[in-house]
Ligand binder design. Structure first.
Ligand code: CAA
Length: 240
């Protein structure tokens, strides 16, 4: 097959599992990351997948980064907008910096990245854009006014862009993971995390690979009739 796939935040957590699953499905994968050089170095060593450093919050950096990936691997046909951060605080304590950082990465990052690959996808008449949203963009969450706003925004972006891409062979879909066993969820105070797990009908956190399998499905040529949808994978915690 050999299509080129670019995964943002692709060296750790859910993104790492996505990068590996796409590679195993035959894609040429590039993994973007923003900060953790040591984790990226280990990721490339262990998986053989190249890692590229830039922040999805920076439009010009995205432009340069995507150009580099395309020079190395070829045109990006599958973009997985996975990079995301949390700056949790109850709203009365949330600073403008915490608000902006999350909106810049988790929402503006989708514009910054998708804008780089969209013209090429339109020209070639094929593309897959897969946006990793969250259960908390669907239901809200105490301490996450910034994150929930961004992740809900990702769903609106997905639907609008799906309409624009439809006649050009480009599908745009979202995945809304629930609580997955990653560093991000492990950073939630243990007592609150236990309360959250108690609300998950399947009785456990999800595994990153369970989200990665959703991505491989939506990226496939056979998923061409699915666009503008949100695939929810949350162990039954919230049903839309
Ligand atoms: N359910 C019910 N009550 C909650 C709650 C929850 N999930 N989270 C916080 N609260 C309550 C606290 O018990 C506290 O209540 P009291 O005042 O009655 O004691 C109140 O809300 C918050 O008070 P504070 O502002 O003083 O709390 P804090 O500053 O110590 O911490 C917080 C606030 C940072 C938001 C902390 O509660 C927290 O980390 N909560 C978890 C938030 C969360 O779920 N984040 C998800 C991260 S994982 C992720 O984002 C991935 C994904 O997509 C799912």
């Amino acid at each position: 097959m050999g299509r080129v796939a670019l995964v943002t935040g692709g060296t750790r957590g859910i993104g790492r599992a996505i990068s590996v699953a796409l590679r195993d499905a035959g894609y040429k994968v590039a993994a973007n990351y923003a900060g953790n050089d040591e984790a990226a170095r280990r990721f490339t060593e262990e998986t053989g997948i190249p890692a590229y450093k830039w922040s999805v919050a920076d439009y010009e950096a995205c432009k340069e980064g995507v150009a580099k990936v395309e020079a190395d691997l070829g045109p990006v046909e599958v973009l997985v907008n996975n990079a995301g951060i949390t700056r949790d605080a109850t709203f009365h304590k949330m600073t403008p910096e915490q608000w902006r950082a999350v909106i810049d990465t988790n929402l503006n990052g989708l514009f910054n990245m998708t804008h780089q690959v969209w013209p090429g996808m339109r020209e070639r008449g094929f593309g897959r854009v897969i946006n990793i949203s969250s259960i908390n963009g669907q239901k809200g969450q105490i301490g996450q006014a910034n994150y929930s706003a961004a992740k809900a925004g990702d769903l609106g972006f997905t639907k609008a862009l799906a309409l624009e891409g439809a006649k050009k062979g480009i599908t745009v879909n979202a995945i809304a993971p629930g609580y997955i066993a990653t560093d991000m969820v492990m950073a939630v105070p243990e007592k609150i995390r236990e309360q959250i797990i108690a609300q998950i009908p399947v009785g456990r956190l999800g595994e990153p690979e369970e989200i990665a399998r959703c991505v491989v499905f939506l990226a496939s040529d056979e998923a061409g009739f699915i666009t503008g949808s949100t695939l929810t994978a949350n162990g039954g915690q919230y049903m839309v």
